[in-house]
Design a binder for this molecule. Structure first.
Ligand code: TPP
Ligand code: MG
Length: 579
C-alpha cells in the first residue's frame, strides 16, 4: 500500500470526530498540528524530517522556510510574542536541531511558548553516532520546559496535545518533541486525545486568600509603595487590570525590560524601566520603597543590581505563576502564586485601602524632573536617542518594535515609549545578538497589517542577515533600522568605562555596504548620516507596505546612560545628569 493511499484513507477517517488509523506517523503529525489550530510553522528540512515534509506537501500548513534554523526559531518567538499563540518550529536532526539551541534557550529564559519538533535518526541506530545524530533530548533537557522523544507513533497525538498545553499554560516556555525517522514512517491505528492526564503539572492560577489579605494590610500601612511589573503581566494579559489597580491605589509603576508595554509609559504614575540602564527615578523608587509589589518579574540581576542593597527597606510581595521564582533571589514576605490577571482581578474585587503615599509620589515626581534621561549634544553622527524619538513619532508609538542586544536595545527600551502590550519584542534573559531581525519577521507574519520595525545593531544584524532572502521572498514590509556605530557598541562602552579604553576586539572598522546588501536581495536600502536625513527617509518609507533597510550612522562614542556598574546597588547609578 502506498503512503498516498494511507493518507487518503486517513483523511476520510479524519472527518469523523473519533478518527482512527491506519495512518503513518508523518501524516499523523500534520493532523495533530491541525487539531491544535496551528496556522503557521517555521522550519528547515533535512534527511531525518523528509517524511514529515512530504506529509506537509500533501496536506499543507503554512510553512516559512527560513535561511537558517536559528532564524526560524527567533521568528517563531517573535510570532508567539505578538500573537499570543505558540510558535511552532520544525528542524532536522543533528545540525538542524543544534542550530535551534540558542533560540530554545532564549525562549526558556523569556517564557515564550514554543513547540519545537526535531527529526531524529531511526530508533534502531540511536546511540550509534549515526549520520546527523545528536542527543537532542540530552542537549535540550535544561533549556526546555519539557521534552519528549516519540518512541511509538501511537503516542504522537497524546504527546503533541500535552506539548501544546505545557508550552502555553502556567509559565509559558519551549517544549521539544524529537521524532525518529522510522516513527514518522511507521503505520498504525491511532486515537486522538482531547483529555490530558498530567498529575505532576497543575499550575496554580488562583491566588491564596490569606496572602491577598496580607497584601491588603501591607498596602494600608505603606507610605512608599511601588509596583514592579514584568513580562508576567503581558503573558497573563493583565495590563487592563494592572492599570485599574494602579489608578485605584495611586501606586507608582516601574517596568522591567521585558515588561515594557504592560503599563502605558505615558501614564503619570510610570517611573520608567528599572535596573542597569533604567531611569534614576525607577531605581530610586525600588531602592527606597517600603512596599515592593512584584507582578510577574523574576528579579533578574540586571534589574536588582547588587542584591545586598536591593529593596532593603521594603516588605516584598511577589505575584508569580511560577512558585520557583518566588524567594529565588529576593526574600519575600508575601508570596502569591497565581496568574497575574487572576490575582489582580481578585484584589480589585476586594475593598482595598489605598496607601497614604502623597509625599512619596511628590518626591518621585520631583526626581523625574531633576534626573531625566539625557544625551550628549553635538558631535559627528546621529544621536541614537533622538533617532528613537523620530521613529516613535513617525510610527505614532504604535509599531511592533524588535531589537538585537546591545546599546541600541537599551536606547529603544528607554526612548521608544511603549504604551500597549505586545508591541515589544526583545531578547531579555539570554541577550541574544541576531534576535532582532528574524523575530521581526515572525512578528510581521503574526500581524501583517502592523508596522514592524527591527532595530538592529550593526554587529547583531550580521549574525542573521541572511533572512533578507526570506523578507524578499515573502515581500514582508519589515522596516530594518541598523543602528550603525561601527562597533560592538555595548562591549566598547564597558571597555571604555571599566577597562581603561582598551578596545579589545570591539571595533569593526570595515562594515559591509548595507545598502548594496539590501539591493542584492531586491530590497530598498538607504544610508543616513544626519537626523534630518533619517527623518526624511523614514517619513517616506516607514509607513508604506514594502521592506526597507536604513543604515543609520549614529554617534560612534555615544554611551547608554544612566548605568549601574556591575556589583553596585540601585542607589549607585553613574551617568546621571541632574537638570
Ligand atoms: C550571540 C552573542 N554574542 C555576544 C554577545 C555579547 N554582546 C552583547 S552586546 C554586544 C555588542 C553588540 O553590537 P551591536 O549589535 O552592533 O549593537 P550595539 O551595542 O553597537 O548597539 C556583544 C558582542 C551577545 N549578547 N550575544
Ligand atoms: Mg554596533
Amino acid at each position: 500500500m502506498s503512503q498516498n493511499a494511507k493518507a487518503e484513507d486517513f483523511k476520510l477517517e479524519a472527518q469523523a470526530p473519533e478518527n482512527k488509523g491506519p495512518i503513518d506517523g508523518a501524516d499523523l503529525f500534520i493532523e495533530t498540528l491541525k487539531r491544535e489550530n496551528v496556522e503557521v510553522m517555521f522550519g528547515y528540512p533535512g534527511g531525518a524530517v523528509l517524511p514529515l515534509y512530504d506529509a506537509l506537501y500533501k496536506n499543507p500548513i503554512r510553512h516559512i522556510l527560513a535561511r537558517h534554523e536559528q532564524a526560524a526559531i527567533h521568528a517563531a518567538e517573535g510570532y508567539a510574542r505578538v500573537s499570543g499563540k505558540p510558535g511552532v518550529v520544525l528542524a532536522t536532526s543533528g545540525p538542524g536541531a543544534t542550530n535551534l539551541v540558542t533560540g530554545i534557550t532564549d525562549a526558556m529564559m523569556d517564557s515564550i511558548p514554543l513547540v519545537v519538533f526535531t527529526g531524529q535518526v531511526a530508533t534502531g541506530v540511536i546511540g550509534s553516532d549515526a549520520f546527523q545524530e545528536a542527543d537532542v533530548i540530552g542537549i535540550t533537557m535544561p533549556i526546555t520546559k519539557h521534552n519528549y522523544q516519540v518512541r511509538s507513533m501511537e503516542d504522537l497525538p497524546r504527546i503533541v496535545h500535552e506539548a501544546f498545553h505545557i508550552a502555553t499554560t502556567g509559565r509559558p516556555g519551549p517544549v521539544l518533541i524529537d521524532i525518529p525517522k522510522d516513527i514518522a514512517q511507521s503505520v498504525g491505528e491511532v486515537k486522538f486525545v482531547d483529555e490530558l492526564n498530567l498529575p505532576g503539572y497543575q499550575p496554580n492560577f488562583k491566588p491564596n486568600s490569606l496572602q491577598v489579605k496580607k497584601l491588603r494590610s501591607a498596602l494600608a500601612q505603606a507610605k512608599k509603595p511601588v509596583i514592579l511589573a514584568g513580562a508576567g503581566v503581558l503573558h497573563a494579559k493583565a495590563s487592563e487590570e494592572l492599570l485599574q489597580f494602579v489608578e485605584k491605589m495611586q501606586i507608582p509603576v516601574v517596568n522591567t525590560l521585558l515588561g515594557l508595554g504592560g503599563f502605558p509609559s505615558s501614564h503619570p504614575l510610570f517611573l520608567g524601566m528599572g535596573g542597569m540602564h533604567g531611569t534614576h527615578t525607577a531605581n530610586k523608587a525600588l531602592y527606597e520603597a517600603d512596599l515592593l509589589i512584584n507582578i510577574g518579574a523574576r528579579f533578574d540581576d540586571r534589574l536588582t543590581g547588587n542584591l545586598a542593597h536591593f529593596a532593603q527597606h521594603a516588605t516584598v510581595a511577589h505575584i508569580d505563576i511560577d512558585p520557583a521564582e518566588i524567594g529565588k533571589n529576593v526574600p519575600t514576605q508575601i508570596p502569591i502564586v497565581a496568574d497575574a490577571r487572576e490575582a489582580l482581578k481578585k484584589i480589585l474585587s476586594l475593598d482595598f485601602e489605598a496607601p497614604k503615599a502623597d509625599e512619596w509620589r511628590a518626591i518621585l515626581e520631583q526626581d523625574k524632573v531633576e534626573n531625566p534621561l539625557w544625551n550628549t549634544e553635538g558631535g559627528d553622527g546621529i544621536s541614537p536617542q533622538a533617532l528613537m524619538k523620530i521613529i516613535h513619532e513617525i510610527t505614532e508609538g504604535d509599531a511592533v518594535v524588535t531589537t538585537d542586544v546591545g546599546q541600541h536595545q537599551m536606547w529603544t527600551a528607554q526612548y521608544y515609549g511603549f504604551n500597549k502590550p505586545d508591541q515589544w519584542v526583545t531578547s531579555g534573559g539570554l541577550g541574544t545578538m541576531g534576535f532582532g531581525f528574524p523575530s521581526a519577521i515572525g512578528a510581521q507574519i503574526a500581524k501583517p497589517d502592523k508596522t514592524v520595525v527591527a532595530v538592529a545593531g550593526d554587529a547583531g544584524f550580521q549574525m542573521t542577515l541572511q533572512e533578507l532572502g526570506l523578507v524578499a521572498e515573502l515581500k514582508l514590509p519589515v522596516k530594518i533600522i541598523v543602528y550603525n556605530n561601527m562597533a560592538l557598541g555595548m562591549v566598547r562602552q564597558w571597555q571604555e568605562t571599566f577597562y581603561e579604553e582598551r578596545y579589545s576586539q570591539s571595533l569593526i572598522p570595515v562594515q559591509p555596504d548595507f545598502v548594496k546588501l539590501a539591493d542584492a536581495y531586491g530590497i530598498r536600502g538607504y544610508v543616513v548620516q544626519t537626523e534630518e536625513e533619517a527623518e526624511k527617509v523614514m517619513r517616506e518609507t516607514l509607513k508604506d507596505n514594502e521592506p526597507v533597510l536604513i543604515d543609520c550612522r549614529i554617534k560612534p562614542k555615544e554611551m547608554v546612560y544612566p548605568m549601574i556598574a556591575p556589583g553596585k546597588g540601585l542607589h549607585e547609578m553613574i551617568g546621571v545628569k541632574p537638570q
